[in-house]
Each structure stands twice: as structure tokens, then as C-alpha cells.
Design a protein around this ligand. Structure first.
Ligand code: GAR
Length: 205
């Protein structure tokens, strides 16, 4: 099968990036990680990428560059590396409608809650403080809203009585590390059909 060229966008530690790297190297994912882009120069994920000889860049709004200018620089890298699928793996910036339009249904995001509950930047903290009994994570296509795009996969993370916030988050991350690669694989196999708000998975009927 032809390999899909993907870019992984990060802002931090990059444990999701690591799961994508590992599942690529094991042969589970039919992808080539063309590049990794971070908006923070100190993101540990950049080191993870370089350790695996993946081109890694920091693109952030310098001086008084606008959000649009910053994103133009991101798009330039994506085009230079001939990227088909953009994977947001802990990338903490909202994308402009220009980029979303350009890569319509070709940008996916992992979010650490069962959307539409707890969108935003602190999914784990918000769910934990609210006191939910069941949480989880969501992989979705990115649209113009904040964490509102059509849902591809969700994984469940039940809250146990003995949980601390850390144990809850750790277990949640392990669910993320499973479903993000699974969603990428479904995309690469051409099995995702976006129909309005719904994403049908071919072959699962
Ligand atoms: C992950 O929990 C991811 O779901 C979350 O950031 C973390 C990144 O961890 N993303 C968001 O909250 C996006 N709104 P990682 O850098 O170890 O992959």
C-alpha cells in the first residue's frame, strides 16, 4: 500500500507523537512521518522526532506576526513536505479557517475528553474537577469551531474510586495512544466517510 505522508503538529511532551512513531516503525501504520512541527522551541516532542531522523521544525509567531502569517509559515512547511494528512497531537493553537479550508477533512485532532463535553485546553482537569464517572478521549476531524468537528473515534476512561488526577490522566493518555494511531490507519485505508456531522467507517457496518 502507498504510504500516506503525514505531518504531526505538537506543543509539548509528544507522547502521542511517540505512539505514532512507534506504530509506524512497527509497520502498523502505512505512513511516512514527513515532518513534525511545534509552536514551542522547548517541546520535548521535537527531540523525539529528531531521535528518529524525522525533520522537525519550530514555527511560532515571532514579534508581532499575525496568527495568519504564522500559519502561512506552517502551510509552507506542509506543502514543501508534500503532506496529505495533518495530525494535531497536543497542538495548542486554534487553526484559521484558511488552513482548515485548505486541508478540509485532512486534519485530525486528539482531544482528552469525550466531546462534546469539556472542549478546550484542559480536558483532563475539567472532567476531573467536574466529577464525571466516565471520561475518555476523542479523535475528530478539525472544523472551524473549537473541538467541534466530526468524530472519528472515541475511547473510554472510567473514573475509579481510587484514582488520583495523575492516575486518571495516565490511563487516559494510554487510551489516546491507542485510538490516535487507529484513526490514522482508518484514514490511510480510505475507510472514513464524512457525512455531515457523522463519520462512517467503511467495513464496520
Ligand atoms: C494530550 O492529552 C492531548 O489530548 C492534549 O494535549 C496532550 C498532549 O500530550 N490535547 C489537547 O488538549 C488539545 N486541545 P502529548 O504531548 O504527550 O501527546
Amino acid at each position: 500500500m502507498k504510504k500516506t505522508r503525514i505531518a504531526v503538529l505538537i506543543s509539548g511532551s509528544g507522547t502521542n507523537l511517540q505512539s505514532v512513531i512507534d506504530k509506524t516503525e512497527s509497520g502498523y501504520l502505512p505512513v511516512e512521518i514527513a515532518c513534525v512541527i511545534s509552536d514551542r522551541g522547548d517541546a520535548f516532542g521535537l527531540e523525539r522526532a529528531r531521535k528518529h531522523n524525522i525533520s522537525a521544525f519550530t514555527v511560532f509567531p515571532a514579534g508581532n506576526a499575525s496568527r495568519e502569517d504564522n500559519e502561512e509559515a506552517v502551510i509552507e512547511v506542509l506543502m514543501r513536505y508534500n503532506v496529505e494528512l495533518v495530525v494535531l497531537a497536543g497542538y495548542m493553537r486554534l487553526l484559521t479557517s484558511r488552513m482548515i479550508g485548505r486541508y478540509r477533512n485532512r486534519i485530525i485532532n486528539i482531544h482528552p475528553s469525550l466531546l462534546p463535553s469539556f472542549p478546550g485546553t484542559d480536558g483532563y482537569g475539567d472532567a476531573w474537577r467536574y466529577g464525571v464517572k466516565v471520561s475518555g478521549c476523542t479523535v475528530h476531524f478539525v472544523d472551524e469551531g473549537c473541538d467541534t468537528g466530526p468524530i472519528i473515534l472515541q475511547g473510554v476512561n472510567p473514573v475509579e474510586e481510587i484514582d488520583t488526577f495523575e492516575s486518571f490522566r495516565e490511563r487516559g493518555l494510554s487510551v489516546e495512544h491507542r485510538i490516535l494511531p487507529e484513526a490514522i490507519k482508518l484514514y490511510c485505508e480510505g475507510r472514513l466517510v464524512v457525512d455531515g456531522r457523522k463519520v462512517r467507517i467503511r467495513g464496520k457496518e
